[in-house]
Design a protein around this ligand. Sequence first.
Ligand SMILES: *[C@@H]1O[C@H](CO)[C@@H](O)[C@H](O)[C@H]1NC(C)=O
Ligand SMILES: *[C@@H]1O[C@H](CO)[C@@H](O)[C@H](O)[C@H]1NC(C)=O
Ligand SMILES: *[C@@H]1O[C@H](CO)[C@@H](O)[C@H](O)[C@H]1NC(C)=O
Ligand SMILES: *[C@@H]1O[C@H](CO)[C@@H](O)[C@H](O)[C@H]1NC(C)=O
Ligand SMILES: *[C@@H]1O[C@H](CO)[C@@H](O)[C@H](O)[C@H]1NC(C)=O
Length: 664
Amino acid sequence: MFFKILVELSLLAVLAYAQETNFVYNGFRLANLSLDGIAGVTSNGLLKLTNNTNQGKGHAFHPDPVRFKNSPNGSVFSFSTSFVFAIQPQYETLSAHGIVFVVAPQRGLPGSLPSQFLGVFNETNVDDPTNHVFGVELDTILSSEFQDINDNHVGIDLNGLTSANSTVAGYHADGGVFKNLTLISGKAIQVWVDYDGTEKRIDVTLAPINVQKPQTPLLSLRHDLLSIINQNMYVGFSSSTGVFPTSHYVLGWSFRVNGEAQALALSQLPKLPRIGKKEMSKALTIALPWALLFVVSMLILSVVHVIRRKRKFAEVLEDWERDYGPHRFKFKDLYIATKGFREQELLGTGGFGRVYRGILPTSKIEIAVKRVSHESRQGMKEFVAEIISVGRLRHRNIVSLLGYCRRKGELLLVYDYMPNGSLDKYLYNQPKVILNWRQRFKVIKGVSSGLLYLHEGWEQVVIHRDIKASNILLDADLNGRLGDFGLARLYDHGTDPQTTHVAGTLGYLAPEHMRTGKATRSTDVFAFGVFLLEVACGRRPIKTGDVEDAIMVDWVFSCWDGGAILEARDPKLGAEFVEEEMELVLKLGLMCSHSDPLMRPSMRQVLHYLEGDIPMLELSSIGSRLTFGHHEGFDDLAMSYPSSLYKASAHSSSVAESLLSGGR
Ligand SMILES: *[C@@H]1O[C@H](CO)[C@@H](O)[C@H](O)[C@H]1NC(C)=O
Ligand SMILES: *[C@@H]1O[C@H](CO)[C@@H](O)[C@H](O)[C@H]1NC(C)=O
Ligand SMILES: *[C@@H]1O[C@H](CO)[C@@H](O)[C@H](O)[C@H]1NC(C)=O
Ligand SMILES: *[C@@H]1O[C@H](CO)[C@@H](O)[C@H](O)[C@H]1NC(C)=O
Ligand SMILES: *[C@@H]1O[C@H](CO)[C@@H](O)[C@H](O)[C@H]1NC(C)=O
């Protein structure tokens, strides 16, 4: 009988041993916990004791009771637990209360309050010895009513919240160095709670998640839990929030009676939400629209920039122009060459447009760019064709056309740069530098041979149409070079012959040219004659104002008539001139500007006279009716242009302007 009882007792012991609780949760996704309050398990398996609810509490208990004693009056078994927690306050440093590991007679801790009661007690039952509640608090708020030491402490609670022992959160690292831990750092912290049933001692140990369990516990308390812990109790966690929204998480948990709790598989624990994610997303919701706005406006700006740039450098290129490939310049290159057509690069302004100096970006060749505005698109093709074919002309006394560029309403012609500018600068308007006679004679001869080349030296006759001192350019060696030839054509093209306005410059226009509007070699010779007199007399063909010698040709003629043609010479030369040459040039000038085109010499003859190959004819022998273009021409002029226009007081025509400004 006694033996039988013994066997039964030992059987009971074996049974009791078999019932000893031992569990481990590495994440709670599949755990069967008893939750209440605002506690929940996130989709990735975090036990979230509280969410951002104010004044909330949450509990999580192991569903089954734990047997802590063999009998109601027996001694409490040793037990051990380990868990990883994290507290993430929504506002850094401002936390709602902490987490308590509890051993309690009932799940759900009925009647408990949030806030400083941590969801464990209420104001009536706190510190009541009949509570039978054992707790380890991880407290983040200093509650003076429970004599908390600070707002970041660990305490052992027996039936109440005034801790039996508490200390600053931290751990004893290897070598005995104490390191603080901040409970509300939001980082995962591991906790070990061990009750030694023999020694009647409670040890609490903390460590960051990546640190092994320290040898020295953070907190110890010698106390027999006999009167507190009943035979069957529930184990779990309680947490509460106050004013400041906070999330309390438990990542993993193991528990064991009569033995050391199993180590948590730290790598398998669910991941915490990133700290400050809320703030980040808040920042994002504010910043994102601005960032988008910024990106969109940058896009718009760059599109606008591209469009403007495209428009700025837009050119007109038609199929027929592709043949002129090498002669065609890119507007962009010309734009860069002239530094954006800067005022400082402006060489001059003439009847046809403004001329800019430039340096080609790649070849570094100095160029002059003439911007000619044109409205008539008609005839542009012929004109460009002509310009280009004429551009193939090469002579040391003509300015080479390098190419062109066409834009809407604008034609740009690119010429060799002539460093010494136009001849008129050296003749009149108080010139800074005066050309001496030798230089002038050289220029005259040069221009003659250049014009002869245009008239006879090429496969087709090229009429210059606008010979005048301001269209003669001087190269580095002061050789005269004809510029701007053919340009006047632009204004002839596409215009109605009935209302033709004659291109060219007043004072240089042959009378028949004014009548018919037709430019010929002979009309070029007429203008060349005026040019000769201009160079010899050092004055403009027409002086403005009501002066006696207003018309140069008249005046030279009257000097000749009076038997003193040398009187007409440029007084600025003084005595420094060759009499025969001066006389030759003056007489040749009169001869070329004869009103009858048939009486004018050809350029070939002119050159012969200048070279002294053939003797100059006496003017009187040219004809009994020696009439010069000036009279008839000028009368015509007065007829074909209203007087108001001629005086250029009301109307601004390019021709009248040329007259008043001295051409170009
Ligand atoms: C917190 O959890 C409770 C219960 O699950 C829920 O009713 C409440 O809406 C949650 N609050 C927030 C802010 O998530
Ligand atoms: C969860 O635990 C409760 C209490 O022990 C039990 O009634 C229930 O069947 C368990 N559920 C699962 C899915 O294990
Ligand atoms: C347990 O102890 C109490 C007093 O502490 C006593 O009244 C009770 O009888 C004891 N029960 C048993 C089964 O020993
Ligand atoms: C305090 O909690 C106990 C149970 O733990 C309950 O009986 C009591 O009614 C509660 N008191 C208040 C004021 O809620
Ligand atoms: C740890 O925290 C306590 C209380 O906040 C402070 O007095 C102590 O200086 C801190 N120690 C270290 C090492 O930071």
